[in-house]
Design a protein around this ligand. Structure first.
Ligand code: NDP
Length: 487
């Protein structure tokens, strides 16, 4: 057990300085692998701290936007190199703080480095188009202008990649940033911001204020000097962000949940489908917005697929993400564990058959962590709660269908539309899926989770609101188009 005296305290980063909260209160961030281990203390900040950060960002934006894109890009290249040099340490902190396995945490940190480099290059790419004017003596073109100060509210499930995929495009297009990271992963966020600080970005360009969602998150939504808010998290909080921003005319971008289906047709390569369902559904303990949760299987291969799936799920080694050989770490928090357990109970109450798992691990060594067995449900119908609500845990719901058309109807019968995949060898099934599946990401013979940083990311229906994140698409949110007419 870690004692209070050994544990480091992490400060807010405001106007180029590491500072304590004005009320000098801190909260502890604990490890989900062992609730007695404190990973660090973080500031329980106040509205006053937030006001200082926003004021600093507002002042800094005046000079930051005047730099060339290439000069802003140079800073991002520096941040990328620093993060790369600290990759192992940042990844280890992530694993300790939110539980995903060390190889996954390293992969995510490497992705953060790649995102920074991608957007560093974006500083040299085109920002507008020349549009022929009806006046032959005039030149008409578009350029882009930054929003101003952007509020960034992030979740705990990708504590390095998500802040970076919002901060990097915000900065490259000339905005300054105030980050409010998730409470569960504020130490990891501080490690990321340390890289920006070390790279020597001008004071006020990037700020981080830790604290509760209701004070700091809500404070960002309501702050009149925040010109845009980019948010990833639950659909409930997302709605609050959208309504609050809309009420005062600020721009907003919301990435929320998913209830992502995989369709397995009679002609599919079943081994590939099993492998991808497990990887897509259970990696990161199912805590990805793109995680597979509804497994819609055609009747001709249903029994065979089910047997193969359950046999493989039983082999999954659950444990501390820092230990070699662990395939699945704990849930990120006690409340997340309780959510998973309550959905497992609801599924059984509704009449689904629990084929395997779904219980809290109480074995020696795991009893102090938020560990749950991966769960597989059989006899699920799509109207059940476990097939409609986002669980955000390692729970797979098997749904039997007779035809590919029925599979598509079931897949689309959801309030979410983030990611969807199909396993089939039939070209016409592939084409129907591409055309008729209502999801922002449609993936053929590949797991539902898995996003390339240079491509647009986002969903339909309740999954997203506002323009897409990542890749070139990010500029739609972080800039406004200016149409220029020169005569
Ligand atoms: P939340 O939506 O509560 O949290 C996301 C972020 O919003 C955090 O930084 C949080 O701060 C902040 N926040 C909370 N309340 C407010 C508020 N009133 N105003 C502004 N910001 C606020 O998600 P949870 O972490 O509680 O997870 C709950 C569920 O959300 C999960 O079970 C999952 O279903 C879904 N989720 C989806 C994600 C996705 O990638 N789409 C990611 C994470 C969760 P704080 O941490 O301090 O509460």
């Amino acid at each position: 057990m870690t004692t209070k005296t050994e544990v480091k305290q992490y400060l807010n980063y405001i106007n180029g300085e590491w500072v304590a909260s004005s009320n000098e209160e801190v909260t502890e961030s604990i490890s989900p692998a062992n609730k007695n281990e404190i990973v660090g203390y973080v500031q329980k900040s106040t509205k006053e701290d937030l006001d200082q950060a926003v004021a600093a960002a507002k002042i800094a934006q005046v000079a930051w936007r005047k730099l060339s894109g290439a000069a802003r890009g140079d800073f991002l290249y520096k941040v990328a190199n620093i993060l790369e040099s600290k990759l192992d340490a940042v990844a280890e902190t992530m694993t300790r703080e939110m539980g995903k396995t060390l190889p996954e945490a390293k992969g995510e940190t490497a992705r953060g480095v790649a995102i920074l480099r991608y957007y560093a290059g974006e500083g040299m790419r085109k920002v507008g188009d020349v549009i022929p004017s009806t006046d032959s003596d005039a030149l008409m073109f578009t350029t882009r202008t930054p929003l101003g100060v952007v509020g960034v509210i992030t979740p705990w499930n990708f504590p390095v990649a998500i802040p970076i995929w919002k901060i990097a495009p915000a900065l490259i297009y000339g905005n300054t940033v105030v980050l409010k990271p998730a409470g569960e992963t504020s130490v990891t966020a501080a490690k990321v911001i340390e890289c920006f600080a070390e790279a020597g970005l001008p004071a006020g360009v990037i700020n981080m204020v830790t604290g509760s969602g209701s004070v700091i998150g809500q404070g960002l939504i309501d702050h009149e000097d925040i010109n845009g808010i980019t948010f990833t998290g639950s659909d409930q909080v997302g709605k609050t962000v959208g309504q609050g921003a809309l009420a005062r005319g600020a721009k907003y971008q919301l990435e929320m949940g998913g209830k992502n289906p995989v369709i397995v047709t009679d002609d599919a390569d079943l081994d590939l489908a099993v492998e991808a369902t497990i990887s897509g559904g259970l990696r990161s303990t199912g805590q990805k917005c793109t995680a597979t949760s509804r497994v819609i299987v055609q009747s001709g291969v249903y029994e065979e697929f089910k047997e193969k799936l359950v046999a493989k799920v039983k082999e999954i080694k659950v444990g501390d993400g820092l230990q070699e050989g662990t395939w699945m770490g704990p849930c990120a928090s006690e409340s997340q564990l309780n959510t998973v357990l309550s959905y497992v109970e609801k599924g059984q109450e509704e009449g689904a058959t629990l084929l395997y798992g779904g219980k809290k691990h109480e074995e020696e060594g795991l009893e102090n962590g938020f560990y749950v067995q991966p769960a597989v449900f059989d006899n699920v119908t799509n109207d059940m709660i476990i097939a409609q609500e986002e669980i955000f845990g390692p729970v797979l719901a098997l749904i039997k269908v007779d035809t590919v058309e029925e599979a598509l109807d079931v897949a689309n019968d959801s309030k979410f539309g983030l990611s969807a995949s199909i396993f089939t060898t039939n070209v016409s099934n592939m084409l129907s899926f591409i055309k008729d599946m209502d999801a922002g990401l449609v993936r053929i013979n590949a797991e539902s989770a898995g996003v390339e940083l240079q491509a647009p990311f986002g969903g339909m229906k309740l999954s997203s609101s506002g323009s897409r994140e990542q890749g070139e698409a990010a500029k739609e949110f972080f800039t406004s188009i200016k149409t220029v007419f020169v005569k």
